[in-house]
Design a protein around this ligand. Structure first.
Ligand SMILES: Nc1ncnc2c1ncn2[C@@H]1O[C@H](COP(=O)(O)OP(=O)(O)OP(=O)(O)O)[C@@H](O)[C@H]1O
Length: 257
């Protein structure tokens, strides 16, 4: 079997080519096509589009929680600098151990609604991904992250006692705490007002830059990513029949430098 891990100088964090995902429910069929999608180290890449165009489907595939129906090339930088995993081969070989290790090590994930475990304090939530990796975070690391996300004083509270914005900030701290090189965020500011959304995005971007973490952020709010993202992708949807739609993901020209 060919090696599924290789060392490549200046490798992208994510490289996708020729991806197709078909999702069907009863009579209706949705097809996502991604001819090419690349995230370079340290870049912030926005994925924008209307509801139902396939943004979360794309993010879930990158997060290795959804299998592509077909893919010509799918590589993810796997945590160690310069090392790249051939995800297409891992899926083809059904190598669940390697996929689990990549999920644990390669990225942090922020959901629309935080997804904090309600029975753990904010501090315990932030420490969880590192614990799963068998590492202990220093208190200085946890307190530093909390401070830079405006959560000082919240660490020993339970998630239920935080505002929605504070929960999202805690989820960002949790996603970054184990020092992944890629942060995946699915509409991280969907549940807060515009001013809070901007402030959370600013803090997420600043922290990602300080920690040299690349970010893929899904949003339907173009205003939120203009002047922030280094690159953006959007979707063109074609209705092939009443029940069959195809959405093609391409670079969003003119939105980002
Ligand atoms: N479990 C499922 N089974 C079949 N089709 C699904 C399923 N979940 C979603 N879909 C379809 O896949 C398409 C893409 O959904 P997806 O959630 O990726 O869109 P989205 O752009 O993230 O939307 P939103 O902005 O509303 O979250 C939609 O047309 C949806 O109807």
């Amino acid at each position: 079997m060919a090696s599924v891990v290789s060392e490549t100088a200046f490798a992208p964090m994510v490289c996708l080519e020729g991806l197709v995902k078909t999702r069907s429910q009863s009579e209706s069929v949705f097809e996502l096509e991604v001819p090419g999608f690349t995230v370079q180290p340290g870049q912030m890449v926005a994925v924008i589009g209307e509801s139902g165009c396939g943004k979360s489907t794309l993010l879930d595939i990158i997060a290795l929680v959804m299998t592509p129906s077909a893919v010509a090339r799918f590589e993810i930088a796997n945590g160690a600098a310069g090392m790249v995993s051939d995800v297409a081969a891992l899926w083809a070989n059904d190598d669940e151990d390697a996929l689990t290790a990549l999920r644990r090590d390669a990225f942090g994930y922020v959901l629309q609604t935080g997804g904090l475990l309600p029975f753990l304090s904010v501090r315990q939530n932030i420490c969880l991904p590192a614990r799963i990796k068998g590492r202990r975070l220093s208190q200085a690391r946890v307190e530093g992250l909390a401070k830079s996300l405006g959560l000082a004083g919240c660490l020993d509270r339970m998630p239920v006692s935080l505002s929605i914005g504070q929960r999202q900030r805690a989820a960002i701290a949790r996603a970054l705490a184990h020092q992944p090189r890629l942060l995946l965020a699915d509409e991280p500011t969907a549940a807060v007002d515009k001013a809070r959304a901007r402030s959370i995005m600013d803090d997420m971007q600043r922290l990602a830059r300080e920690e040299s973490v690349a970010v893929v952020v899904v949003t339907h709010d173009v205003e939120l990513i203009v002047d922030r993202a280094d690159a953006a992708y959007t979707f063109e949807t074609v209705q092939l029949s009443e029940q069959h739609s195809r959405s093609i993901c391409r670079p969003a020209e003119g939105l980002c430098p």
